[in-house]
Write a protein of this length. Structure first.
Length: 172
């Protein structure tokens, strides 16, 4: 059995694409997954599975909740590697963001430079776009256009969430 970190994109945001994590956890357990854990309502799930569960979880959510979110499944090793490569170590977790991409990004550097604030710093390492936004992301023009800048669909998590998921994965 392998541990997988499942990141759902765009669930439980603004009252749309509702997936109650308690119910999803029950559904996953009933469908053969073990060691199922969830963290907050934004679609962070840990499971043990023999095979990568990405498509199976997407199908399960579609069957039980009526829509199919984008699902990104990372092995525990892939997730740990993304965490270890964080170029903004030591900075406050709520200001450091990881944007996990399913496909390799094709950065539009001109667009990124035109939308980045003077305080924002970023780095792409493989399929993770790391962003330090010390003024927050609420009004960030870069964040509101992140997928256009990356040329790929992405799901973001701040460093606090990433660290919590990493800690939970240790205990599976």
């Amino acid at each position: 059995m392998n541990t997988y970190i499942i990141l759902l994109r765009g669930v439980n945001v603004g009252g749309k694409n509702l997936v109650p994590m308690k119910q999803l956890k029950k559904d996953l357990n009933e469908n053969g997954f073990s060691n199922v854990k969830t963290y907050i309502q934004s679609g962070n799930i840990l499971v043990s599975s023999v095979n990568n569960p990405e498509s199976e979880i997407g199908d399960l959510i579609e069957s039980n909740f009526g829509f199919k979110p984008e699902v990104l499944a990372l092995s525990n090793n892939e997730f740990d590697l993304a965490v270890s490569r964080n170029p903004f170590k030591g900075l406050e977790g709520k200001f450091v963001h990881f944007y996990f991409c399913k496909q390799p990004p094709k950065l539009n550097l001109t667009k990124i430079q035109s939308l980045s604030s003077a305080t924002e710093n970023h780095k792409l390492i493989n399929s993770v776009f790391y962003l330090h936004a010390p003024d927050g992301i609420g009004r960030s023009k870069l964040v509101s256009n992140i997928e256009a800048c990356l040329g790929a669909s992405a799901t973001g998590r701040n460093l606090n969430t990433v660290n919590k998921i990493k800690e939970m994965a240790k205990n599976l």
